[in-house]
Design a protein around this ligand. Structure first.
Ligand SMILES: C[S@@+](CC[C@H](N)C(=O)[O-])C[C@H]1O[C@@H](n2cnc3c(N)ncnc32)[C@H](O)[C@@H]1O
Length: 282
């Protein structure tokens, strides 16, 4: 049976995908690079490559999934965050660029507090927050927790890939319950989407509900962690929690209720939306 060369396949696939994606060319190049075990630059440089029957079959099957809305990182199994490559699967949330604000803020705090090196990453998912901090800050030691054993397995794999397994302890459990340590910095990107909003979002069809669903107002898990924070934070410690854009007032007022003497603020992301709740203890 006659197969296409790479160029022809990319053109035909683009015609099919363009109605469903804003960046069809890029996505198809990434898909082809994944299938061929090459880089995207290599794909662009080899338009005349004759695809085998099997390669074209697998590419078309992945294209069908893309058209059905399956996120590209679930097809390639990889996602970039903060310049590092992470393994992802449908068991974990796909890392979002918004989370870079939390990591940036954590890095600045650790720089300003060079003797504070005990960090928690609550709801670690694929491990992006803990792994990135351990990679970039020598001497930092991390406890990363998740209620999903499957997610924790992926986070552990990502720590191993970046040779950080000695610096990150993985704990399967609810928030920080069962962890006896105290932390200078607690980072958490817990599920925060209000349940009703979630029913309207396409992400809910593909990404794990346990990573997204924050209960009626989206604050269920955030409230539980904030309420118990003093069990786990050291004096003068900091807590950073990613929030949904609609929680710019409800999240800090919740934090004020439990910690009236702490300094509480909300930072905006690059799109100008409330995105990060910070609680700094005195
Ligand atoms: C929004 S995802 C964030 C994943 C990752 N930290 C990131 O930034 O991409 C939330 C994560 O919290 C975990 N989670 C949900 N409820 C939890 C709980 N009560 N205790 C610990 N982890 C929880 C989910 O399994 C999921 O991996």
């Amino acid at each position: 049976m006659r197969t296409n060369n790479l160029h022809t396949w990319l053109i035909q696939a683009r015609q099919r995908l363009s109605a469903f994606s804003e960046t069809p060319e890029l996505e198809l190049q990434v898909l082809a690079a994944h299938e061929l075990g090459q880089t995207r630059t290599w794909v662009i440089a080899h338009p005349a490559l004759e695809l085998t029957y099997q390669q074209e079959g697998r590419l078309n099957a992945m294209l069908d999934q893309l058209i059905q809305g399956v996120p590209l990182p679930y097809l390639t199994g990889r996602c970039e965050f903060f310049g590092l490559s992470f393994h992802v699967s449908p068991q974990v949330l796909i890392p979002r660029p918004e989370t870079e604000l939390l990591v940036d803020t954590a890095l600045q705090w650790l720089k300003d507090h060079p003797h504070r090196r005990c960090v928690a990453d609550v709801g670690t998912g694929s491990g992006i927050i803990g792994v990135t901090l351990a990679h970039l800050v020598p001497g930092v030691s991390i406890v990363a927790t998740d209620i999903s054993a499957e997610a924790l397995e992926i986070a552990r794999e990502n720590a191993n890939t970046h040779q950080l397994e000695d610096r990150i302890q993985f704990v399967h459990g609810d928030l920080l319950h069962g962890v006896s340590a105290h932390f200078d910095l607690i980072c958490a990107n817990l599920p925060y989407i209000p349940a009703k909003t979630l029913t309207k979002l396409s992400v809910a069809r593909h990404e794990p509900r346990i990573a997204l669903d924050g209960g009626p107002d989206g604050l269920d898990q955030i409230q539980r962690l904030v309420a118990n924070a003093e069990q786990w934070i050291t004096p003068g410690g900091m807590m950073l929690m990613e929030i949904e854009s609609s929680q710019g007032e409800s999240a800090p007022s919740l934090a004020r209720k439990y910690h009236p003497n702490a300094q509480i603020s909300v930072q905006e992301d690059l799109s100008g939306h409330p995105r990060l709740l910070t609680i700094q203890w005195n």
